[in-house]
Design a protein around this ligand. Sequence first.
Ligand code: F6P
Length: 384
Amino acid sequence: MGNQIKKIGILTGGGDCPGLNSVLYGIMLKAYDAGIECIGILKGWKGFIDNEFIKLDIADHDDLHTVGGTILYTSRTNPFEGADSKEERAKELTKKFEDLGIDALIAIGGDDSLGVASMLYQFADAKVVGCPKTIDNDLAGTHYTFGFWSAVQLASNAMDNLTTTARSHQRVFVVEVMGRDAGFLAMYSGISAGADIILIPETPFDLEKDVIDVLKKRVNAGYSYHIIATSEGAYPNAESLDRDFKTISKKKIDKLPKDTFGNPLLAKLSMSKIIVDELNLRDDLKQEFQRNGVVFECRNVVLGHTMRAGTPNSFDRILGLRFGLAAMKLVLEGKFGNMVSLQGNKIETIPLSEGVKKKHITPENDKMELRDLLVKIRYLSKQK
Ligand code: F6P
């Protein structure tokens, strides 16, 4: 058979995510059953380079699938950073399998971490298998990543809860939701909580038309409090940025620092704070509120890391276990260079090179239409 697997390594890379431990447990269940030893490589690709690992004995980890975070720790280390030749670096890195004493590796991560696994396979034929993880749900090739629905639920609950304080004070709350440059988290949690305006990166917004105008129409229709859900990566279209924004310029946006994989650190911008600052400068908006008996008051709330925190929900526990089981089976079958994915309700196998591609909300996604109707119909239906 030529696929002599006795010991495997598992690593978790990128931002932590509810369900990581569930995947680990799924892998460990199948590995134990097949008589395979598991080690956990610590801190993602950092531990892979530095030979940092722990022995994973399933007897020590009962019900690990119910626990949040990752017991293997994680990092955003990019082992290809600064490499002149990706091929050379991939070959050097693949020698680490021997140092670690492993016959195969399961990498659990988002596009960045799985991109590393994909290059190890492409350039050095490494025995790697991937498992797609991110609360952002922005990975092509899988309908959902585990962790996404737990994060959606947390953000939706936060917005539900914020309505009571928004109502009590008759305030506008701008709630900033994670997701980098993909709008899945803001869109799904915003629709779920019935947010009044939902801003996502895929549809650059017009401050005048999509925010100020809608708030004016809503206050005229009798609404005295409002929840705006915004992706951390939402940004205005070029025309609006130029015309409506006094507190930020394109130059400032372009100058954002980047992480080790080259992604702009969008959260540093705090779009929710910028929107609040801009709205506070608008006397016409304040007057419209005043005319309707409401004092204009606006606050921002950044949900940030609370969205990744805590235990996975049942969907993510089960999806994590299923992914772990399927990833271990790929190893046993010698199907390296692949990753597991969810297609409909089936776990399928796709090449890592396909799976690491990014995914965004597209215009034909019915959530786009739902959002637009949800925002519009409430104030339109109440117009006298
Ligand atoms: O990719 C997951 C994610 O949670 C993004 O939504 C967010 O922008 C980023 O990670 C935050 O990363 P960090 O925890 O490194 O600040």
